[in-house]
Structures are given as structure tokens and as C-alpha cells.
Design a binder for this molecule. Structure first.
Ligand code: AMP
Ligand code: GLY
Length: 426
């Protein structure tokens, strides 16, 4: 089995690490990868949305499987491209086609899908450029705060939470009239604000059957106690204490099963990961969003708990035999703390030399790094993911923070409170 992973973040590094325990290193390729992924396979300099170039590489290198890490290549149709080209169709793209990727690529689509299949989610309405006045009217039926979302992909920035009606009206005008999110904001979704604690669930499906991976909670804000700007994710923990068996049963019955059923019923030939971004409102799960891929940094926290071979899971998916597989997980806590560049998620500098001294208690997945001038340097906002496993949440976090003490680069920043809310959760 020869596999090409698309992407260059901590998530893709964690995928490469997992495969390196299952496959020979010469069978693992990462495009474009980073300084960490090259320990587990070969980095190749390909653009993740240049499907022609990716196709030529795959043919030349006998690639059997492609795992797109992020949503961009999926939403842009990598699977359709490979399935529609005679010379590429035997290569198995492990992810949804354009239609399936709309679960993430269009908020309007996913909200309508949830309504049709009775999947719990916040009350909403969608509006286009001609419907600004109607959007203003709908605001009056909601209570503050108001949630205004751009329909399309907006690099994680397309959701605005507004405290007053006038702020919400400005947000609506900014998206529908002033195009602050470009065409992603040609349609908007306005929805009711749900108050609760967030948790993410992950399924892998072959279109008919699915397996669930362990759940995780990520920490999105840059500042401690969930303050400041949103980021890609500053850390994650798994398992999540409030996601007990009763809650999980509700997630499966009310959300996962109807989602898999709905996709089939819509004739969407979905395969790959489904990320359920949920919120727990008084012990009832609601869907905030779907993603058509794994999360980052959740992958760095979930994969180390997966004992079962991921390459076996993907092979079984190809054969339509996922149901024959009983995945096994490590029954311990896994935590990830993300080290970022000074200034992130605003402007930041790159090219800082990274020094890692004898870290034994943690896995270090590289995110924004490169190897240049014979040294490892920072090359992005999120730089490294430090992951640890222990039989207690406290122990896993302690290992992460001890390991971080052995890492240095100019401007290193991280949250010191990852998992703290769950340590004290009642
Ligand atoms: P999304 O891109 O849809 O996941 O939204 C980004 C973030 O905005 C979520 O992770 C939530 O923290 C917040 N959010 C989105 N929708 C809602 C909602 N209806 N109620 C409360 N918070 C929300
Ligand atoms: N960590 C959230 C995401 O990957 O979308």
C-alpha cells in the first residue's frame, strides 16, 4: 500500500506518524509536508489543488491511496477528478466528492440537510444578496447574541457572533453587500445562539457503515479562559469527561445515524471522515457544524489513542468492509498543546530556529516548520503540537507542559490552561 497525504500541518504529521508504524517509510508521501513529516515518509513539492500535477505524481510513483488532510482539495473536487480520469480512477481518494464535501463547504446546505433529517441544530434561516431586509426582519425573532455565518469556506473566520442588533445588521451588510468574505458570503446563515460546551465527534465511513473514533475537545481561542481571537486550535484533549455513555448514545442515535442515512438517501456517495462539531446544551447534543475531514489539532489527540491500523481501516473502506472491523482504542487520556508564533493569529514572523532538547514523554508533531540552512525553523502560525498520553488527564497535561519546557524558539507562545476546564468539570 502506497499512500499520499495532502497537507502540511500537525494533522498531516500525525497521519504520517501513524502510517509509519504500519507501512514501510518508502510507501508514505506527504505533499507538501513539513520538517516533521519527513521523518515518517517523503515530502513532495506538490500543490494540493493542482490535481493534474498530483495525478502525474501518483502514476509515476504507483500511489494507491490519497488522504487529503484538509477540506480545500475535497471541496475543489479531488475525488471527482480522480474518478473521472480513466488513468487515475483506480487510485482511491479517501474523502468525499464535491457533493459530500458540501457538508462543510456550504453552511446553507448542511443546515438544510440537518433540518430534513431531523438532526438537532440551532434554528436558522439563510439569505442571499437580495434579501438583506428579510435578514433584518429575521433578527427580530432571535435573542442576543446573534450568530451570522458566511455560507462558504472562509478560512475559519466566516462566523460572527454579535451582541447587539446593530452589530448584527452591520455583519449582515458586511457579508452580503461589502463582500468581506468574497463569494463565500454571497449567501449567509443566521442562527440562534446555543449556549453550552463544545465537543467534537469523528466517524469514518465507507458510505454504508461507519466506525466512531474517540471524541475530543479543542481550544479555539488564542487566550487563556477562552478569550481573544479564534485560531485554528490551541490544544485538544480526549476523552472528554462529559461525553459519557449516555451522551454518546444520544450522539449516535440523533446525529451520527441520521447523518449517514441522510447522505445515502441523498445519493451522496460519501466516504472518509465526518467531523461532527457539537455543542452540549443541558446534556443534549446539537450540531454546530460538520467538517468533511479530521480536525487539527484533534487528529494529534485522537490518532495516538487509535490502536487499530489506519491503513487497514482505509483498505477495508475501499472494499466496503468497514463493518468487519472493530476498532480498538487506548483507554487513557491524550492531550495536545499547540505552540504558536508570537503574534498569531494576527501577523507573525517565520524562520525562527527551533531547538528541541531530549523530549521523552511526549510526541512532537510538526505543524508550521521547515528545514532550512541545516536547522529546523518555524514556518507558520501554529508551529508544533506537543502530545502526551497518561492514565489521568492531569498527568497527560503535566507531561505536555514538562516537554514544552525543553522546547525553545524566539516568540514561542502557548496556552497554559488546556484541559483545565475539564479537570474541574462538575
Ligand atoms: P463554525 O465555523 O460553524 O464551527 O463556528 C465557529 C464557532 O462559532 C463554533 O466553534 C462555535 O464556538 C461558535 N458558534 C457557531 N455557531 C454557534 C451557535 N449557533 N451558537 C453558539 N456558538 C456558535
Ligand atoms: N480544530 C477545528 C478544526 O479542525 O476545524
Amino acid at each position: 500500500m502506497r499512500i499520499l497525504i495532502l497537507g502540511s500541518g500537525g494533522r498531516e504529521c500525525a497521519f504520517a506518524w501513524k502510517f509509519s508504524k504500519e507501512l514501510a517509510i518508502e510507501n508514505i508521501f506527504i505533499a507538501p509536508g513539513n520538517a516533521g513529516t519527513s521523518q515518517y515518509g517523503t515530502n513532495v513539492n506538490l500543490s494540493i489543488t493542482d490535481f493534474n500535477q498530483i495525478g502525474s505524481f501518483c502514476i509515476k510513483n504507483n500511489i494507491d491511496f490519497i488522504l487529503p488532510g484538509g477540506e480545500d482539495s475535497l471541496v475543489a473536487g479531488i475525488r471527482n477528478y480522480f474518478e473521472n480520469r480513466e488513468d487515475l480512477k483506480k487510485i482511491y481518494v479517501f474523502g468525499p466528492d464535491v457533493q459530500g464535501a458540501m457538508l462543510e463547504g456550504s453552511k446553507e446546505f448542511s443546515k438544510k440537510f440537518m433540518t430534513k433529517y431531523n438532526i438537532p441544530t440551532a434554528r436558522f434561516k439563510s439569505f442571499n444578496k437580495e434579501q438583506i431586509e428579510l435578514a433584518f426582519e429575521f433578527l427580530k425573532t432571535l435573542k442576543s447574541p446573534y450568530v451570522i455565518k458566511a455560507d462558504g469556506l472562509a478560512a475559519g473566520k466566516g462566523v460572527l457572533i454579535c451582541n447587539s442588533i446593530s452589530e448584527a445588521k452591520d455583519a449582515i451588510k458586511d457579508m452580503l453587500k461589502n463582500d468581506i468574505f468574497g463569494t463565500a458570503g454571497n449567501t449567509i446563515v443566521i442562527e440562534e445562539f446555543l449556549s453550552g460546551i463544545e465537543v467534537s465527534f469523528f466517524a469514518i465511513t465507507d458510505g454504508n457503515n461507519y466506525i466512531l473514533l474517540p471524541e475530543a475537545k479543542d481550544y479555539k481561542r488564542i487566550g487563556e479562559n477562552d478569550t481573544g481571537l479564534n485560531t485554528g486550535g490551541m490544544g485538544a484533549v480526549s476523552p472528554v469527561i462529559f461525553a459519557d455513555n449516555k451522551f454518546k448514545e444520544k450522539v449516535v442515535e440523533k446525529i451520527v445515524n441520521p447523518t449517514i442515512y441522510g447522505l445515502k438517501n441523498e445519493n451522496i456517495n460519501y466516504r472518509g471522515f465526518i467531523f461532527f462539531g457539537l455543542i452540549n446544551v443541558n446534556n443534549e447534543p446539537y450540531v454546530i457544524e460538520y467538517n468533511c475531514r479530521m480536525g487539527d489539532p484533534e487528529t494529534e489527540t485522537v490518532l495516538p489513542r487509535l490502536k487499530t491500523s489506519l491503513s487497514e481501516i482505509i483498505k477495508k473502506s475501499k472494499m466496503g468492509q468497514l463493518s468487519s472491523l472493530q476498532p480498538e482504542f487506548i483507554n487513557e487520556y491524550c492531550t495536545t498543546v499547540i505552540l504558536v508564533s508570537k503574534g498569531y493569529p494576527g501577523n507573525y514572523e517565520k524562520g525562527k530556529k527551533i531547538i528541541i532538547n531530549d523530549v521523552n514523554d511526549s510526541l512532537i508533531f510538526h505543524a508550521g516548520t521547515k528545514f532550512e540552512n541545516a536547522e529546523t525553523q518555524s514556518n507558520g502560525g501554529r508551529v508544533l503540537a506537543v502530545t502526551s498520553i497518561d492514565n489521568s488527564l492531569e498527568g497527560a497535561l503535566k507531561k505536555c507542559y514538562n516537554s514544552i519546557n525543553k522546547i525553545q524558539y524566539d516568540g514561542m507562545n502557548f496556552r497554559k490552561d488546556i484541559g483545565k476546564d475539564l479537570l474541574n468539570y462538575k
